[in-house]
Ligand binder design. Structure first.
Ligand code: KOT
Length: 821
């Protein structure tokens, strides 16, 4: 007999084939006798989606029955990339699908390439959210992700003559098979208008009469765990015109304007802001923040009220995670709902709200903290501004009792900044309310305590925690590096490391084993071949597989110092040019690979991209240099490209000026893939050194505590000769565009805020050490094995356990099933 606990859908290759053909015929509406790769991908994706939906129903029903405390992860950005391979691997049915497809005459890998990236985020913060969702599902936590369903994701980067151009990312044009539109899950979101005091049941209360109403519609994206039936949901909101308001407008006869205003509603969720860290006080951005916060909070409260009637229990059932300050209006929104709509007493409501939130900061410097102009907030969300003032009043009164009338400190800690433009400090609001505040690496968390939030730390030391970032080994090894995955399972004698990555330490005992080394090098070679093929197809540059593949891929930022890398490459080029043949024969050949997007308005970053292209043009066409040095820029770097680039890298560079990178997560992905790091002692690198030992990577540069003094020395400090020579080559026009590049050179020889010149010598030494190690394959391979072996601590599984235990207070809630792998 068929039991309700059995899955409805079968996963043997024949059943999968039947399902794929069903979707070809009835979902994609093509003949099952004739369909192309893209149509096959669509049908395949729909058949996978069916299985995800089944599991997510089971998971939700189970959660409902158990009613555990849930965590709601609020983030304005999720950088999910592709879903197909990740889903079938987590479901444990990749091989069955591959077989089913091959009998139909298709190759799984080829179809997987048909999928576009879901790029609903900028960089580190957004990809971290995606990794954390994977870990929350895998570890069976009762979790939800909430965000915005942008119609246009992060811009596509197109390079013309070395200059970055931005083009829209029409990612939804061909439909998105992974999401389900929940037409019945909609909430009204209010904007503008006025607040009136009214008497209700003899009590004074504030009533917000909005000037604009927009409907939020839910789109659910299933996130399957690995080795479990649990499948959680990432719920993304899209703006839709509110019929209620529209009918009024249409009835007044203003047909055109009524239609235009419908369009405006959709604009709210239309575009992702492409700058990850500057706040320009844009109204649309604030609207986006409130829109997603309001819909999410309504949804969360609705779910709570389905099972509970007393808000005293709210903090026992709900944990709210703020991913940076972007969702921090949630604090104010919950206060508003509890006080104005649920009619709780202010102090009781505040007491509840303070038990709900944990707050993660990703910024490093005070200028990175979000501030919202009071005028803007007051016009868009008049009631929220009142509530913030009230929160601040109570806080400052409390503070005076604790610290006395230290006005400087009081004004630094105030949520309201009384400057020329009066603003709300969202980070202060979040620290005041959250029960835990965390940084994303040990050094960053210390920095928060000693610099950014020193005043708050002294007041509430117990709030401050460290949750070092991590990345998911499912995507960053199993999906993107199948050869390494197979090798790891073989040598560890188990696949258990995919759920318990600490087992990778078991590799250490074989680090000198000649057989493992041999196989390890083969795996790297396979991955380098894949990357080399991509490079040739994309740029026409042929690269030698014997060369060291040296990669720096990340957003282009001055503090990340791609410029230092390029100056180093010019130095290498200059050295090779000045060598005789016998000296040249000793040079370790390099393929330097740089990739990343610059924010559209970030002129300096765009100049760095142009310089990279100009230098590449010169080097790659110089027959004196040949295979000894190549430089390629990979345009439009995104998650799916990272899946090709990272496994193929021998060396990766993480060059941030010490004290500027909160954590860095790219380095963790490279580390897992046995790529050696060349890095400054910044962010999470400090912890990587603790795990793998300083002898297994190439460290260089000023340390965090040395930076202020070096900066003090300022423009007067000596530019080392080697650096000066490289800058002279640029200034003299060796790479063309002489005038255009002068300002980049000035920045190094002038203020040198990011300390390129003072770190240059030590950077070259680290590069020389890397060359030397690469020339000794046994040594290099051992270092590479030890890198992977020591990467366990940087799994997002560990990060999520940290959050669950130290901050959210939640327990796993695993669907009991014979199917749970
Ligand atoms: C966002 C807003 C203000 C300031 C900084 C940010 C920010 C920081 N966005 N992304 N990040 C990166 O977040 C990653 C995940 O924590 C870190 O690894 C990385 O160091 C940050 O730069």
């Amino acid at each position: 007999m068929f039991g309700l606990m059995d899955g409805f859908l079968k996963n043997d290759p024949i059943s999968l084939q039947k399902d794929i053909l069903y979707h070809v015929e009835y979902t994609v509406a093509r003949s099952r006798f004739s369909f192309d790769d893209f149509e096959a991908y669509q049908a395949l994706a729909h058949s996978v989606r069916d299985r995800l939906i089944e599991r997510s129903h089971d998971t939700q029903l189970f959660f409902k029955r158990k009613d555990p405390k849930r965590v709601y992860f609020l983030s304005l950005e999720f950088l999910m990339g592709r879903s197909l391979s990740n889903s079938v691997i987590n479901l444990g049915i990749r091989d069955q699908y591959a077989e089913a497809l091959s009998q139909l005459g298709f190759e799984f890998e080829v179809l997987a390439e048909q999928e576009g990236d879901a790029a609903l985020g900028n960089g580190g913060l957004a990809r971290l959210s995606a990794c954390q969702m994977d870990s929350m599902a895998t570890l069976d936590y009762p979790a939800w992700g909430y965000g915005l369903r942008y119609q246009y994701g992060l811009f596509r980067q197109v390079i013309l003559d070395g200059i970055q151009h931005e083009q829209p990312d029409f990612w939804l044009n061909f439909g998105n098979p992974w999401e389900t539109e929940r037409v019945h899950v909609t909430y009204p979101v209010k904007f503008y208008g006025t607040v009136e005091e009214e008497i209700l049941n003899g009590e004074k209360c504030n009533v917000w009469n909005p000037g604009e109403l927009v409907e939020a519609v839910a789109y659910d994206n299933p996130i399957p765990g690995y080795g479990t039936r649990n499948t959680i949901t990432l719920r993304l909101w899209a703006g839709k015109p509110s019929d209620q308001r529209d009918m009024e407008a249409f009835n007044t006869g203003d047909y055109i304007n009524a239609l235009v205003s419908r369009q405006k509603a959709e604009n709210i969720s239309s575009v992702l802001y492409p700058d990850d860290r500057s706040y320009q006080g844009k109204e649309l951005r604030l609207k986006q923040q409130y829109f997603f916060v309001s819909a999410s909070i309504q949804d969360i409260i609705r779910r709570f009220k389905d099972a509970h009637s007393n808000f005293d229990e709210f903090p026992d059932k709900v944990a709210l995670q703020l991913n940076d300050t972007h969702p921090s209006l949630a604090i104010v929104e919950v206060m508003r709902v509890l006080v104005d709509e649920e009619h709780l007493d202010w102090h009781k409501a505040w007491d509840i709200v303070c038990k709900l939130f944990s707050f993660t900061i990703h910024a490093v410097i005070a200028e990175g903290l979000e501030k919202i102009p009071v005028d803007l907030l007051g016009s868009l969300l008049p009631r929220h501004l009142q509530i913030i003032y009230d929160i601040n009043f109570n806080f400052v009164e409390e503070l005076k009792k604790r610290i006395g009338l230290d006005y400087d400190r009081l004004s630094r800690m105030s949520i309201v900044e009384e400057a020329a433009v009066k603003t709300i400090r969202m980070a202060n609001l979040s620290v005041v309310c959250a029960h835990t505040v965390n940084g994303v690496s040990t050094v960053h968390s210390e920095l928060l305590k000693t610099k950014l939030f020193k005043d708050f730390y002294e007041l509430w030391p117990e709030k401050f925690q460290c949750m070092t970032n991590g990345v998911t080994q499912r995507r960053w090894i199993v999906v993107s590096n199948p050869s390494l995955c197979a090798l790891l399972s073989k040598w560890l004698g188990t696949e258990a490391w995919i759920r318990n990555v600490d087992l990778l330490t078991g590799l250490r005992e074989y680090a000198d084993d000649a057989d493992l080394q041999q196989e390890w090098m083969m795996v790297k070679k396979v991955n380098k071949m894949r990357l080399a093929e991509y490079i040739e197809a994309m740029s026409g540059v042929k690269v030698s597989l014997d060369a060291m593949f040296d990669v720096q891929t990340k957003r282009i930022h001055e503090y990340k110092r791609q410029l230092l890398n390029i100056l180093g490459i010019i130095h290498r080029y200059d050295c090779i040019k000045n060598m005789d043949k016998s000296q040249q024969s000793k040079v370790v050949p390099r393929v330097c690979i740089i990739g990343g997007k610059a924010a559209p308005g970030y002129e300096v970053a765009k100049k760095i991209i142009k310089l990279c292209h100009a230098v590449a043009e010169k080097i790659n066409n110089d027959s004196d240099v040949g295979d000894l040095l190549k430089l390629v820029f990979i345009p439009d770097y995104n998650v799916s490209l990272a899946e090709v680039v990272i496994p193929g890298a021998d060396l990766s560079q993480h060059l941030s000026t010490a004290g500027h990178e909160a954590s860095g997560t790219g380095s963790m992905k490279f580390l897992m893939n046995g790529c050696l790091l060349l890095a400054t002692e910044d962010g999470s690198t400090v912890e990587i050194v603790e795990e793998i030992g300083a002898e297994n990577l190439f460290l260089f540069g000023a340390k965090i505590h040395e930076v202020p003094e070096l900066r003090e020395k300022g423009p007067a400090h000596d530019v080392p000769l080697q650096c000066a020579r490289v800058l002279r080559l640029i200034r003299d026009g060796h790479f063309g565009f002489q005038d255009y590049f002068q300002s980049l050179c000035d920045s190094v020889e002038g203020e040198d805020f990011y300390l390129l010149s003072s770190d240059f010598g030590s950077y070259l030494e680290a590069q020389a050490a890397a060359d030397k190690a690469f020339a000794d394959p046994k040594k290099w391979t051992k270092m590479s094995i030890l890198s992977t072996a020591g990467s366990g601590r940087f799994s997002s599984d560990r990060t999520i356990r940290d959050y669950a235990e130290k901050s959210w207070g939640i327990e796993p809630c695993r669907f009991p099933s014979e199917f749970d792998g």
